[in-house]
Design a binder for this molecule. Sequence first.
Ligand code: GNR
Ligand code: NI
Length: 173
Amino acid sequence: MSDTLPILLVPDARLKARARPVLAEHAPALSDLVPRMFATMYRAPGIGLAAPQVGVPLRLVVVDLLPEEKPTPIVLVNPEIVAASEETTTREEGCLSLPGQYADVTRPSRVRVRHLDLAGAAHEIDAEGLLAACLQHELDHLDGVLFVDHLSPLKRNMILRRLAKEKRLKEPQ
Ligand code: GNR
Ligand code: NI
């Protein structure tokens, strides 16, 4: 198993930056980075991880909805949402960069995501359910957007204050 990477936590300015497209020149670095992103995600554990969460400002995401029962690792290079349903779904989300914090987030129920794989081949995923929410959550990270940015300022500040308080209690000083 590859070494894991530290996951950046809110507040960290790198989580608010827009990530840059992956280019051919990045390919050698990805063969080390992608296995480490999967190791980091599986260990957390989480169902998705975006490169900016491990301090790499590239448009790269890994996802696996069922690491336990039926592992289905997906790598998305330069993903984009090319279509989204008008219908929305509300579900509870969490984020490895805001540990222990959860809130209901409303997003399009279905999305079509276009992306490249590690070999540079183009793919499209038609996603619904948890996969649709997870892909939108991960693609948001590439634009410096967190799930709390979809909440009312009141709910967002409640979560950010709670996170700061729990951090203070965990690491006094
Ligand atoms: O592990 C995760 N679970 C999750 C649940 C509902 C919607 C989105 C997610 S993604 C999250 C991992 C994470 O923070 N990815 O950026
Ligand atoms: Ni997240």
